[in-house]
Design a protein around this ligand. Structure first.
Ligand code: HEM
Ligand SMILES: *[C@@H]1O[C@H](CO)[C@@H](O)[C@H](O)[C@H]1NC(C)=O
Length: 331
């Protein structure tokens, strides 16, 4: 009798142990750092708060950094590898698709603080994902719980990989949906993840094609862009080929707040990039845009599940990657 109870207890203990070991095994896990770096999320949050207080545009930068990291070989901090070494004179960051990417050095800074607390444990890829999730929360968006345990890439990547994998602002809805459905993100979630454009800005070079490519006499209304909005954009970006890269235009009316304003804007013909406008008219995506514009909580819920999927697909786990000592170089 007693011995069989002990046996059951032993089994239970082994199961729990097995789970904990599993967390350090081949899968991402919500409690991945429970033993190896229990305060990692608190430390990242603290560091992010001090960055946010000195730079209101930081949250949008971290959110885009996260997408651009995950879009090239999965979320593996490949975007942080810089040209410090002779063999990587054309890092991902040199791609024109990465124009405007900022704040990489802050990830390196957080990493060095974590190295003091729990050396060799926390990957740069996890720091990028945590920074993005804090950015969403800080600006008024949902609290998203993400699994951790991503490893950093050990393979050098180049600007040509970024060129090939990062989407252009004028992609079609088909191309857009393909990018996300190939990661297991469904139709509704794909529309939700683009709601990240509720934060931040764009540069003229990503907009001018929509403003000046029309032949004379073309109906100005054919692309569905609000005419007053188009006139405003033409004032901001007055030449077909931008003369500087200094001008920025807000992604939506409230570029510092994570809300559903983006969807209201694009329904009114005030989408900044081609793809923003396209999803507001395509019969597959338009009803979803309408639903998000009407119900912010619903948008937040779907955005959260999309974010978790985007952050987990193709993540390198276990021995498929490493924990870099410095985020900008392979160990
Ligand atoms: C496939 C679709 C996407 C396209 C074509 C696209 C395109 C762009 C472009 C052209 C910019 C402006 C860059 C500049 O001119 O400085 C931009 C900015 C931004 N994108 Fe996207 N994007 C896409 C998806 C995403 C996703 C999935 C996220 C995040 C989860 C995201 C987050 C952002 C943010 C936050 C900004 C503002 C950056 C800043 O203010 O510095 N985008 N995007
Ligand atoms: C703006 O940046 C893009 C991408 O890096 C570059 O190709 C272009 O020459 C720059 N334009 C100006 C006017 O500096």
């Amino acid at each position: 009798m007693w011995s069989s109870l002990y046996f059951l207890q032993l089994v239970a203990v082994l199961l729990v142990l097995g789970n904990t070991l599993g967390a350090h095994g081949t899968q991402l896990a919500y409690d991945y750092y429970k033993l190896s770096c229990p305060f990692v999320e608190t430390i990242v949050k603290e560091e992010m708060l001090s960055i946010f207080l000195t730079d209101v545009s930081a949250p949008s930068a971290f959110l885009r950094l996260f997408f651009h990291d995950c879009q090239v070989q999965g979320c593996d901090a490949s975007i942080l590898l810089d040209s410090h070494d002779y063999f990587n004179q054309n890092p991902e960051l040199a791609s024109s698709k990465n124009f405007g990417i900022r704040k990489q050095e802050n990830i390196g800074h957080i990493k060095s603080r974590l190295e003091l607390v729990c050396p060799g444990q926390v990957s740069c890829a996890d720091i990028i994902a945590l920074a993005a999730k804090e950015s969403v929360l800080f600006t008024g968006g949902p609290h998203i719980n993400i699994p951790l345990g991503r490893k950093d890439s050990t393979i050098r990547t180049y600007s040509k990989q970024a060129d090939a994998n990062l989407p252009s602002p004028g992609i079609t809805v088909d191309q857009f949906l393909h990018i996300f459905t190939s990661k297991g993100v469904n139709l509704e979630e794909s529309v939700a993840i683009l709601g990240a454009h509720t934060l931040g800005v764009g540069h003229c070079m990503n907009i001018v094609n929509r403003l000046y490519d029309k032949k004379p006499g073309d109906d100005d209304h054919q692309d569905g862009m609000d005419l007053a909005f188009k006139a405003m954009l033409r004032l901001k970006c007055p030449t077909r080929v931008p003369l500087t890269n200094l001008t920025v235009v807000s992604n939506d009316l409230t570029p510092l707040v994570f809300d559903n304003q983006y969807y209201t804007n694009i329904l009114m013909g005030k989408g900044l990039f081609g793809i923003d406008s396209s999803i507001s008219s395509d019969p597959r995506t338009k009803p979803i845009v309408g639903r998000f514009a009407a119900d912010q909580n619903y948008f937040f819920n779907v955005f959260s599940s999309a974010f978790v999927k985007l952050s987990s697909t193709n993540a390198l786990t276990h021995k498929k990657g490493e924990v870099r000592r410095q985020c900008n170089r392979i160990n």
